[in-house]
Each structure stands twice: as structure tokens, then as C-alpha cells.
Design a protein around this ligand. Structure first.
Ligand code: ADP
Ligand code: ZN
Length: 592
């Protein structure tokens, strides 16, 4: 049988002359369309097979296993397999090593000279800063104190709501003292297996001691130092307990010449394990509350420095109208306003932008695209008008700032009241007015539309909560007297808040008194709205037209309703069906 070259074989294949092949290893015996038979050495049988098949060539035989290629595979496969197993073992080992070393990548170490934060960046809490000056001195001149035998404080606990600047303050202390800053969150300690948290703590402190004097900041310390009796699964308990113990051991073990100050932050001081608060541990506690009006102004100034402000922006007015805002919220207020101005293509951030940002932060994002059918809209308008009128009329009420029937966040409508100044104590009159205002929404529905809807759900919840507190906590109820009954509300707060248990009989009394308050307030709401019926109708109709009304516009509707009523009385029976319509000039574009 003649032998042909590989090239000839390929040529015949290209010309589609081959009709039949018999393959034995790399030897291919072929039969072509000219009825010739030949044999060829084909090194890559596997790769020409598809083409042969495609051309409909009859194929017999098979690639020889004993071919060099197969031999090679036979040798390399087991080796490859061993290598693979070895590699995966190495990888697993590396991962385990990494877990052992976790503390290193969880701890953020801020470099000296990097973007450091100083006390100048923290505004509005002067008394807290005052308290901390001492700590900075300890860090800067440890010798000055140790010479006198003074033991520098080891732990300081910042307590306060989220966003009040606890982290910022800790960084500022490090920045002011010019020492390294290590930061870790309590929840980072307790995420994996028992024992991991404890070793993390040890590594963290080993590193810190090497770099003393320095600051270690533990955010959310309640994640580790929560009360040990608190709820949760036992494995998690074990882990937390071990982590906490490690932390206590480390803090107790500082030598006096190692100035490592541990700052910790929590917004749940009530659930902290008392062991944490003992002398020599976190024995200094600093409360950081949301800033008052002066503080808010200071913080606004810090952030407003970074944006170009229009002349009509009155930071003081903004500070006044943002009671309860934390530093973080004020920072985001300025930012939201700047974003809004940017979107509108303005060169400066103006009052309208701030108003927009405030609404967004206070009440959530406007849901303009939400379609509300006309009947619902009418109910919402009457409901909100009810709230607003009572807020306007009742004694000691916070003034109405804005009413809106544009859905925002979860709510379909809003009546926004803003206190004149920061309140620290509430009077019984104020609370009673508040409850009545809350019930005003439903009262208006009842009165004008003769129906009850689910819009009042949140109102009732709030009203009942206030009434319950009046009875149980603030001693504002004559039947029960000046006592404090705190319920055991279970969960992790359970044990600790329960300083006064009460009998079933007392519980019944409480329920009855709460119900009385609510019913009295509701009757009062209904009564007042009946008297202000024209105002209610006019305000609701104005809302339906304009969707959002501010305080002044509400006043216009009020005066108009009054004069309409007077007219009616004077002309007894004269035509007076016209509603109060807001003059166009009074409607300013407020971006809502
Ligand atoms: P916390 O740790 O109390 O939850 P942060 O320190 O993380 O709060 O504060 C979040 C942000 O809010 C800070 O980065 C800062 O921009 C701003 N902020 C909070 N309080 C103040 C303040 N008193 N002065 C300036 N900015 C503040
Ligand atoms: Zn309501």
C-alpha cells in the first residue's frame, strides 16, 4: 500500500476526495473517490476527525491509546492530580492563616500626617471637647503624670445616638495629640467562631502597645460588651463572653507606662455589662447628645463653608427648624441641598434647596410617581387639614410649618410641625394638645366624609404611646397618681428596665386611663373641628389644588374663612358658596 505524506493527506481532505478511512493510532488508511488506497501518518488524528465526519467519510478503527500522546497523559495525569490536591491544601492553609491574622485587616490604622481630623472639625459640642483636653495632655506628656504617680485613664465610653460624632471625636483626639489611631467595630470581633474574637482583641492590643502612646477606638462596643444575661444563642454568648473577657484582661493588664487609651462608643449604654464600667476600665463616660440650636448652627457653619451659599440662606433659621438633627444629619442636609442645587443647574445653594433637603431628610423621598385616585386624595387632604387645624388652634402646640398631600416615604400626607425652640421638658398641656392633634386626622375624616380609613393607623399608635407614658412614666394621671410603672417588655432590655412590676389590676387601670385620655382627646378634636368647619373645608380644598401649603398660606386660608363666616352672619342667607382660593402671587414655587 503506498504511503502518502501528511501534506497530501490534508490536500485530499481539502479537496473532499476521501471516502473512507481506517484509523489505527496515527496511521490512517484511506480510500479516495478515485478508488485509490493509501496510508498516511497523521499526527493530529483527533483534530481532523470532525472534518472527516463533516464530509460524511466512513470511519473505522480508533486512535491508538498506545500513542506517545496518550503515554504522556498517562504519566502526567496522576502528577497533575497530586499537584492539584497539594495546591488546594496550600490554599486552605493560607485562608486559615489569614483568619488567624484577621485583626490586622479589620483594624484601620490611620497614619500620622495623613488626613487627620482635629477638634476644629468637631463643632457644636464645646463642653465635651473641654472634658477631653485632659486626655490629650495625657497622651502628649505621659511622663508629666506618671512622675506624680497618677494613673492615666484607660477607657472612655462615649454614649449617644448614632451620628452624633462619636467616631469623629475619637479621631479628633488622636489628631490633636498626634498619636496613632486604631479603630475596630465591636461587631467585627464577634462574627465567626468561638475564640476568634478573643484572639483578635489580643492582637489588636499587642499592636497598640508596640505603638504607645496611641488610641484604640472600639465602635459599637455593645456588640461585645452587651449584658451577659441578655438574650441570644449560646454559641454566640460564649463567643461574646470570651471576647469581652479578653478585652477586660487586656485593659487590666496595661502597665502604667503604656499610654494606650481605649475609647469606645455605644448607643445602647443600658445593655452594657457592668464589668466594663468598673474603675480602671471604662470608668469615664461621656454623653454626647444631638446638638442644641447653637450647636446645630456651629455644625451647619462647618459644612456650609464648603458650598457656595446664596444670600437668602439663613443658617440660623435652618438650625432653628431642625430640632433633634444629629451632626451627621446636618452634614447630609448641606450635602443634599448642594446636590439639589446642582441638579437644577444653579451656581449657588439657596433657601429652596435647603427646604427640599430638609423635607427629604425629615420625611423621606417624595414619591411623585405614585398614583393616588381622587377619592383617596380627598380623604388625605381632609385628614391632613384636620391635623393642621388642631395644631394651629391648640394651646402650647408646635407651630405648623408645612402641610402636604404629596406621598413621601411611607406616609401619604404630612403635617409638619416645628417647635419654636429645643424642648427638654414637656408639659401636660403640650402632651394633651399633641394627642388631640394626632387624632385630628381621623376626626376630620369622620366629620366631613362620614367614614373611617386606615390612614390614621400611625396617628393612633403615637397617641396611645404618649398617653401610656403620661400615665405610667410621668405621673400625669390623677387616678393612678404620681407613680412610675415600667413594663417588662421582654427581649434584651427585659431585666434591667423592670424596676417596678405591677399587678393585673393596675394593668387594667392603666388601660382604662389611657383609653379615657384618648377618648377625651378625640371628642375634643371633633368638637374643635366642628367649630372650624369652614376652615377645614377651605383648607382641604386648598390642599387638593396646591398639594403643599406652608404656614403663611394656611393663615391666608384661615383669614379668608373667618371673613366668609362674618359675611355669612351679616347677610344671613346670602350667597357664600365660594371657597377660599389662594391668590396666585402668594404661591411661590417651592420646588415641591
Ligand atoms: P457616630 O460615631 O456617633 O455614629 P460619626 O462620628 O460617625 O457618628 O459621625 C458621622 C458624621 O457626621 C461625621 O463624619 C461628621 O461628618 C458628622 N458629624 C457628626 N457630629 C458632628 C459634629 N459635632 N461636628 C461636625 N460634624 C459632625
Ligand atoms: Zn394622620
Amino acid at each position: 500500500m503506498p504511503e502518502i505524506s501528511y501534506n497530501d493527506f490534508l490536500e485530499q481532505l481539502d479537496n473532499k476526495e476521501i471516502t473512507e478511512v481506517h484509523i489505527r493510532g496515527h496511521l490512517v488508511t484511506l480510500h479516495d473517490s478515485f478508488d485509490r488506497t493509501a496510508v498516511a501518518y497523521v499526527p493530529d488524528v483527533e483534530s481532523v476527525l470532525p472534518r472527516l465526519l463533516q464530509q460524511g467519510v466512513r470511519i473505522t478503527g480508533r486512535p491508538d491509546r498506545a500513542s506517545p500522546l496518550w503515554n504522556l497523559l498517562y504519566i502526567t495525569l496522576p502528577v497533575l492530580f497530586i499537584l492539584l490536591a497539594w495546591y488546594s491544601m496550600l490554599k486552605k492553609q493560607a485562608e486559615e492563616d489569614k483568619e488567624g491574622e484577621f485583626a490586622k485587616d479589620k483594624v484601620v490604622k490611620l497614619k500620622k500626617g495623613g488626613q487627620t481630623v482635629t477638634f476644629r472639625d468637631v463643632a457644636g459640642i464645646p463642653e465635651v471637647k473641654e472634658d477631653l483636653l485632659e486626655i490629650i495632655d495625657f497622651l502628649q506628656k505621659p511622663k508629666k503624670y506618671s512622675r506624680l504617680g497618677a494613673i492615666t485613664p484607660k477607657g472612655i465610653l462615649f454614649q449617644g445616638p448614632p451620628g452624633t460624632g462619636k467616631t469623629l471625636l475619637a479621631r479628633a483626639i488622636a489628631g490633636e495629640a498626634g498619636v496613632p489611631f486604631y479603630s475596630i467595630s465591636g461587631s467585627d470581633f464577634v462574627e465567626m467562631f468561638v475564640g476568634v474574637g478573643a484572639s483578635r482583641v489580643r492582637e489588636l492590643f499587642a499592636e497598640a502597645k508596640k505603638n504607645a502612646p496611641c488610641i484604640v477606638f472600639i465602635d459599637e462596643i455593645d456588640a461585645v460588651g452587651g449584658h451577659r444575661a441578655a438574650g441570644g444563642n449560646t454559641a454566640g454568648q460564649d463567643e461574646r463572653g470570651q471576647t469581652l473577657n479578653a478585652l477586660l484582661v487586656e485593659m487590666d493588664g496595661f502597665a502604667s507606662d503604656e499610654t494606650v487609651i481605649v475609647l469606645a462608643a455605644t448607643n445602647r449604654p443600658d445593655i452594657l455589662d457592668p464589668a466594663l464600667l468598673r474603675p480602671g476600665r471604662f470608668d469615664r463616660q461621656i454623653n454626647i447628645l444631638p446638638p442644641d440650636i447653637k450647636g446645630r448652627l456651629e455644625i451647619l457653619k462647618v459644612y456650609a463653608r464648603r458650598v457656595p451659599l446664596a444670600d437668602d440662606v439663613d443658617l440660623e433659621a435652618i438650625a432653628r427648624s431642625t430640632p433633634g438633627f444629629t451632626g451627621a444629619e446636618l452634614a447630609s442636609l448641606v450635602n443634599e441641598a448642594a446636590i439639589h442645587a446642582g441638579r437644577e443647574g444653579k451656581k449657588q445653594v439657596d433657601d429652596v434647596d435647603f427646604e427640599f433637603a430638609k423635607d427629604r431628610i425629615m420625611m423621606g423621598v417624595e414619591r411623585k410617581s405614585m398614583v393616588i385616585n381622587p377619592e383617596d386624595k380627598k380623604i388625605i387632604a381632609y385628614h391632613e387639614a384636620g391635623h393642621a387645624i388642631l395644631a394651629k388652634m391648640l394651646p402650647e402646640s408646635d407651630p405648623v410649618h408645612k402641610i402636604s398631600i404629596i406621598p413621601r416615604g411611607r406616609a401619604l400626607g404630612h403635617t409638619q410641625q416645628l417647635p419654636m425652640d429645643d424642648r427638654h421638658a414637656y408639659t401636660k398641656v403640650y402632651l394633651y394638645s399633641k394627642i388631640t392633634t394626632l387624632l385630628g386626622g381621623r376626626a376630620a375624616e369622620d366629620l366631613e366624609l362620614g367614614q373611617q380609613t386606615t390612614f390614621a393607623e400611625d396617628d393612633f399608635e403615637q397617641a396611645v404611646r404618649i398617653a401610656t407614658q403620661m400615665v405610667c412614666r410621668w405621673g400625669m394621671n390623677t387616678t393612678l397618681g404620681h407613680v412610675s410603672y415600667t413594663r417588662n417588655d421582654g427581649g434584651f432590655l427585659g431585666e434591667q428596665t423592670q424596676f417596678n412590676t405591677f399587678s393585673d389590676e393596675t394593668a387594667r387601670d392603666i388601660d382604662r386611663e389611657v383609653k379615657k385620655i384618648i377618648e377625651k382627646a378625640y371628642a375634643r378634636a371633633l368638637n374643635m373641628l366642628k367649630k372650624e368647619r369652614e376652615f377645614l373645608v377651605n383648607l382641604a380644598e386648598a390642599l387638593l389644588v396646591n398639594e403643599t401649603l406652608d404656614n403663611e398660606e394656611m393663615d391666608i386660608v384661615y383669614r379668608c374663612s373667618l371673613s366668609k363666616r362674618r359675611e355669612e352672619l351679616e347677610m344671613a342667607g346670602g350667597s357664600s358658596s365660594g371657597l377660599c382660593v389662594l391668590p396666585e402671587s402668594d404661591r411661590q414655587e417651592n420646588g415641591a
